[in-house]
Every structure is written in C-alpha cells, then in structure tokens.
Design a protein around this ligand. Structure first.
Ligand code: NAD
Length: 454
C-alpha cells in the first residue's frame, strides 16, 4: 500500500495498493492470453472499439481532469487539455487499424507482400509529470496495431491511469487487452523488463532509468522506445520582437511548473539585445499567477513531491538568481510543494543550472555572439529533445533548425507536441518516435511473405 500526498497541501490524499511481482506476472500472462483474440478482431471492429473508448474518455473528461488536479497538482486548464489529449490520441489512432497496409513488392514467379504484425504484449511505463497524455501516446497506437497492453503508472500519480483502465472496460475492450498495474518501478517495471511475454517496452522517464531498461531489454532482444530527459534551448536572435519573445519564454519553461521534458530551460539570447531581453523577461515572470491549481486563473501549480522540491532547491539555492516569482503563503497551501518561477544567470556554460535537467521552474539565460556561437552552445549537451528558434530571417531559421541536434524544433513558436506529428529525442533524450502517422509501425514487426505462382 502506498499513500498518495497532495502536492497542493502536502497532506495525505488516499491509499493505493501496489502490485507485487507475482501480481504483475499474472496481469502480463492475462494480457498474453488475450492477445490472439485481440489481434484477430477485424480492423474495422478494432477501430470502432477505440473510437468508443475515446467517446467514454470524453464523457469523463471533467472527472479525469479533476483527478489530475488533485493527484498531480496540474492547473485545471492543463488537466482538461491532458484528458482531451487522451481522447484525441485514441480517435487519431482509431484511424490506423484499417490503414496499416503492407506492401506488394515485384518479384519473379509469384507474389511478395509484407504485413505489419503486432508484437504481442507491450509494456508501457509512464512518469509522473504528464500521467494521462504519456500513457495515451503509448497505449493507443499499441492497441490500434493489435497488441495487448500492460501499463504501469508512476508510483505517485496512478489515479487517472487506473480510471482509464476502468473506462476501457466500460467502452467494451475485452478483459486483458488493456490492464493498468500500479506499482513500483523496481517491482512491476522490472517484471516488464524480465517477463518473456512482454515483447516491447515503451518507456518515458529519466535518462538514467531508460539506460537500465535498455540494458535489461537486451537480454531478450526486447524492442524499446525510450522518451527521456531534456535540457532544451530557446534561441532568440536580435531581429525579433523582443518583448513578445521574452513574454513567451516563461510559458515554454514553466508550464507544468517546469516538470516538462520539453521545457526550454536554456534561453540563449543574442548579446546585442541580452540586457533588454532580461528586462522584458522580468516583467513576464513577475506576472505568472502561482496559485491553487484548481483555480481557473492559476498559471502554475506546485511541484509533484517534497523530494522533487528538495531536488529543485538544490539547484536554485546554488545559482545566481536574477528574477524570482512568488508562491502561495496562505494555509493550507503553504505546506504544499511550491517553488517560485525563477530566472538564473549561469556563471559559465558549465554551471549545473545550465547543464542539468532541473525539472522545476528555473530557467537560465546566457548571451551568444552570432549564429555559429548559438548553435555551438545549443548543442553543447548530451540531451536533444526539443528547442525553439526566434528570428525573422527565414534562411537563418532553416539553417539553425537543421543544425540544432534535437528531435522537435519550432520556429517563432514553442509548440512541440502534436499527436499527429512525430515526437522523440536525439542523442541521450531517447530512441524511437511516438505519435504521428508512423507510430503504430513501432508496435509491429514487418513480415515478408512470398507466394509462388507455380
Ligand atoms: P523515472 O525514470 O524515475 O520514472 C519513470 C517511470 O519508470 C516510473 O513509472 C517509475 O516507476 C519507472 N521505473 C523506475 N525505475 C524503474 C526500473 N528500474 N525499471 C522499470 N521501471 C522503472 O522518471 P520520473 O522521475 O518519473 O520522470 C521524470 C523524467 O521523465 C525526466 O527526466 C523527464 O525528462 C522524463 N520525461 C521524458 C519525456 C519524453 O517524452 N522524452 C516526457 C516526460 C518525462
């Protein structure tokens, strides 16, 4: 049993039963047993079931959103978007069962065709920062491609995933097709790695744990998709509307209180406009409403846990802070896990506040001299998840977008994740891509069949 703690007030929320290794094995074996029938469901019927699942999620949107506000401290605006994202991702991938076409390849003496065969049981391991969307990005395309899914939510944020598991049954998905197993990474997560019936692991989380999973999966040549950490750059050239670029920077770093793998937490500003940019940034950061996430006017809520708060403070206490926002001080919120939004000025490009993923509301700003310097500084990291480029010069936008080593870049915008475009990391930010038109392929193996005409 584990007691969930409210991030908003720091008090006990409810108890959740954690599965043992034996219970995880039983769920994996039930998913394995459900696989032959699920893969045999006709594409049209599988699509209909996924659309029905999306409709049931839609009917429970507000309930799911409120659950996330309580469990994870997400602002209610974000939480509603997150629940809607699960619905949209299910609807999008419900379009793929009938479209998962193989190829017909010209050969002599017969017919050659390829099939995208489902893998079997897919294990989805989810972190605590976006419990609903990240779950959906894994389970929706995996189910659409004909796999059964076992899903382990993060220890501290299991509530919406548990509810999604119930809603799947309510929508008519057969027992064993989609099973949520709350539990520890070292217990349930490890069974996904070790159990031979699990054919693929779709993991989102820290780079350190991702490496362990990849090493463990090697033993059975298990497929992996890894979505890991980031320390993304927001590069601002001197030809832009500086006030607008500065106004947009906090949202790109402090959304979800900075607990976002795509957070643009390294801001690179051309030296000629650096001081002016900082002035505008201070105005923007001071305007962030850090308050009860259940309040619709809240821009930013608390961090997920006391441990995460302590981890973020280790960075902010040691850094030179130029701008510091506020946190709620009234009871009962004062005992929650609040950290103010902050702007740090790194002492050098080796300062930990600049190099390490903080996963909290702390962004750092450094000046650069020219395009080459901006690219060098942006790429001076083992991470490569996302990033933004602000310039009015189209040629430069294109050159820099091609040069920055990251999987998801936006120009004059901070958007990074659309469910119909591919998402994933370069370098140590991950392997494989989620979302977009090709995602179901990564939950299949290609089979080639030759039929002789003799
Ligand atoms: P984490 O790596 O500690 O945990 C992630 C999940 O893995 C949890 O469910 C956890 O229980 C499980 N786990 C832990 N140890 C395990 C083990 N030995 N075997 C199997 N499973 C195990 O990460 P976190 O602290 O929950 O999340 C924060 C991290 O996630 C950050 O680094 C962030 O950048 C990353 N993240 C990446 C993306 C992305 O798409 N690239 C998205 C969100 C979060």
């Amino acid at each position: 049993m584990s007691t969930l703690i409210s991030p908003v007030t720091g008090t006990a929320l409810q108890d959740v039963r954690l599965a043992s290794a034996a219970e995880a094995d039983a769920a994996i074996e039930a998913a394995h047993a459900a696989f032959p029938a699920w893969r045999a469901v006709s594409p049209g019927d599988r699509a209909r079931l996924l659309r029905r699942f999306a409709a049931v999620v839609d009917e429970h949107l507000e309930e799911l959103a409120q659950l996330e506000v309580r469990n994870a401290g997400h602002t209610v605006g974000n939480a509603r978007w997150e629940a809607g994202n699960v619905r949209d991702v299910l609807n999008y991938f419900s379009g793929s069962p009938e479209r998962l076409s193989g190829r017909q390849i010209p050969v002599a003496g017969g017919l050659d065709v390829t099939f995208y065969e489902p893998l079997g049981v897919v294990g989805v391991i989810v972190p605590w920062n976006f419990p609903m969307p990240i779950a959906g990005w894994g389970f929706a395309p995996a189910l659409a491609a004909g796999n059964t899914v076992v899903l382990k939510p993060a220890e501290v944020t299991p509530l919406t995933a548990i509810r999604l598991g119930e809603l799947a049954l309510e929508a008519g998905l057969p027992e064993g097709v989609f099973t949520v197993i709350p539990g520890k990474g070292s217990v349930v997560g490890q069974r996904f790695v070790g159990h031979p019936a699990v054919r693929k692991i779709c993991f989102t989380g820290s780079t350190a744990v991702g490496k362990q999973i990849m090493a463990g999966a090697a033993d059975q040549l298990k497929r992996v998709t890894l979505e890991l950490g980031g320390k993304s750059a927001n590069i601002v050239f001197d030809d832009v509307d500086l006030e607008a670029a500065a106004a947009a920077a906090p949202g790109a770093a402090f959304d979800n209180a900075g607990q976002d793998c795509c957070a643009r937490s390294r801001v690179l500003v051309q030296a000629s406009v650096y001081e002016r940019f900082l002035g505008h940034l201070e105005t923007a950061v001071s305007a962030i409403a850090v308050r009860d996430p259940a309040d619709a006017t809240s821009d930013m809520g608390p961090l997920i846990s006391s441990g995460q708060l302590a981890a973020v403070r280790r960075y902010s206490d040691a850094a030179d802070i130029a701008v510091r926002g506020s946190v709620p001080t009234d009871d009962p919120l004062s005992s929650g896990f609040w950290h103010p939004p902050m702007v740090a000025l790194p002492r050098s490009p080796r300062d930990p506040v600049w190099t390490e993923e903080i996963f909290g509301p702390v962004l750092s700003v450094l000046p650069f001299t020219d395009e080459a310097d901006a690219i060098r500084l942006a790429n001076d990291t083992e991470y490569g998840l996302s990033g933004s480029i602000f310039t009015r010069d189209v040629g430069r936008a294109l050159r820099v977008a091609r040069a920055v080593e990251a999987g998801n870049l936006s120009v004059n915008s901070h958007s990074s994740v659309r469910y119909w475009t591919p998402f994933g990391g370069f370098k140590q930010s991950g392997i494989g891509r989620e979302l977009g038109p090709d995602a179901p392929h990564s939950f299949t193996d290609v089979k080639n069949v030759f039929l002789s005409s003799e």
